[in-house]
Design a protein around this ligand. Sequence first.
Ligand SMILES: C[S@@+](CC[C@H](N)C(=O)[O-])C[C@H]1O[C@@H](n2cnc3c(N)ncnc32)[C@H](O)[C@@H]1O
Length: 219
Amino acid sequence: MLKTLSRDEVIRFYDKFGAKQDQQGFYEDAALNLMIELGRFTEAENVFEFGCGTGKLAERLLSTSLPATAHYAGTDISSTMVRLAKTRLSGFEGRTKVQKSDGGFDVSHLGGAFDRIVCTYVLDLLSPSDIKDCLAGAHAAMNKGGLFCHAGLTKGVGPISKITSSAWTLVHRINPSLVGGCRPLMLNDYLPAQQWERIHREVVVSSWIASEVVILKAR
Ligand SMILES: C[S@@+](CC[C@H](N)C(=O)[O-])C[C@H]1O[C@@H](n2cnc3c(N)ncnc32)[C@H](O)[C@@H]1O
């Protein structure tokens, strides 16, 4: 049976991990570059991010992709991450809001409706029921036609990345904390087709690690 980290275990891990999250770029950056390209952020006005981590992606979107009028809101379950993200985004005051989350997926209190919701390397640490709740919360907070932009670990596609993803899955099965709670997953397994149209899926392999980039359009 699949064992995922509890919310308390996630908080403990990411409170301690903190800024080290930014060192994961060796396998995340190529997928994030593609997600930014496909997410049409130059047309976005109201962006929300689930699990914003250190605010690295938000800073990049605000400084290079989003219009100067666009607003960004992000939440994270870890208070260390919220502190790091707030500090990092302090130069965008008036356009950004970063809040500590209780781990739930109802973000109606943040105002919405969002035209982009971003979630990178977060769904792959959630339980299957939390993934479904996260997608439902995102759908409820989003404009019709808005884009849900996901990047996360997935199963490998070539011989080497298949070996890496199988090894990663095995380590996760033995002890999820050894890999920050994350495991390779296929987002398609969790998608209610009546709510989302999948407009793009692509697997990017970097440093032998496979990530999937998925762009969903809210119906
Ligand atoms: C692997 S990190 C990825 C951080 C960031 N999105 C990135 O790509 O660098 C996972 C993040 O999700 C946060 N997280 C995990 N479960 C969460 C939940 N239920 N609600 C909000 N944040 C959560 C963690 O605290 C952590 O910052």
